[in-house]
Design a protein around this ligand. Sequence first.
Ligand code: GUN
Ligand code: ZN
Length: 446
Amino acid sequence: MNTTITQIQLFRGRLAFMTGDPDISGKRALSFFPDGILAVKGGFVIEAGSAAELSGRFPADIPVTDFGSKLIIPGLVDAHVHSSQTLIIASYGEKLLEWLQKYAFPEEDRHRDFEYARLSARLFINELLRNGTTTANVFTTVHPHTADLLFEEALSKNMRLIAGKVLMDRNAPDSLLDNPEKSWSDSAGLIRKWHNRARLGYAVMPRFAITSSAAQLGVAARLLRDFEGVWMHTHLSENLPETALVQKLYPDCSGYWNVYEHHGLAGPKSVFAHGVHLDDNEFGRLGASGSSIAVCPSSNLFLGSGLFRFGQAGKHGIKLGIGSDIGAGTSFSVLANLSEAYKIARLGDVSITPKKAFYLATLGGAAALSLDNRIGTFKPGFEADFTVLDPGADPLLQKRTTGAATFSDLFFPVMMMGDNRIIHSTWIMGVPCYKAPTSPAQSAAS
Ligand code: GUN
Ligand code: ZN
């Protein structure tokens, strides 16, 4: 597809977006217009505000797409997900290291087959869009063609997406291993081909310290030095047996975080998935390096990995995003993952406010991926990726949100009860890329 619409487009409905972190900017961080207009030109936001103020500013002959009481929000951001694990979602009964051996590695091995990898990439991108996710930070497999095919699929939708090939040279089946030399040449080739092409970005991706030798972590650091602007993406401190094994494999490092720090992999464009078992000192050093954490709530519950310490992460001012972590996570929906995040935080006596949750799913997620100068909000000049939520698509959610007086009154039940059922449509730079099928009952009622 990859169409650009050059004329002005006007979208009307309930409109909400964050312009900052509510923990820093307070009330000013949220813009909410019960009757709002989002104006887009050439795929970029030109204005967003109240309909009363904006409707007179544009020529009357510009058609308006009116979403009524549906909620227009910036496209959701998935800060950590595996494109090659869609078909092992909900795999029974194991913890992380056993789950990898029993389910994840065999499924990733199936991606050796080009056609399988192509269909898998297509299924994955469709699932993102069906769940209102317009940007994702994506793990693929060790095979360079899996990254190629994913980038091609994202390019066909003009998505802003970060991905790369996985680096792993030990502690996995032989068929899934590369080596430091090959990981350098394959990654360099993919970076030259894909980084900064259209809206795509490349992340150097050592899977985790267990499956990368020190030599391979060194290669990852060299790629970051030699190719300016690429991201770093890996797993960190997800469960206790994993953390203990890392300490055994890297006895000279003072802990899991120190392995990455020591090998030059920390920094403002580094994203670490999980961080469940980090201690305060590690949180502090991670925060000081400018790195961010992709919190993966449904995955951490499903695998029994542990409870992310939102309170401690907040004290250290760490940039956080929400990761679905499919296939260990149980839902592609960032909303459903917010619901699990809220419950995990409650167990640590923290309440994530509806505004903070909305921030994490949009502008905060973008900031965690260093993309908050392009996406995640509706400031003029930003890329017009947006999602339209329909709380009325679920009868109980409709009843629960009718008459909501404030954004928080509306969004809290939406995030606690909502998922792909309430995605009305997903738009990439003003172009519709997913529309929910209308059921015969809904058409009769409307
Ligand atoms: N740690 C290393 N690889 C993986 C993976 O594929 N999923 C999860 N949840 N954790 C990991
Ligand atoms: Zn993961």
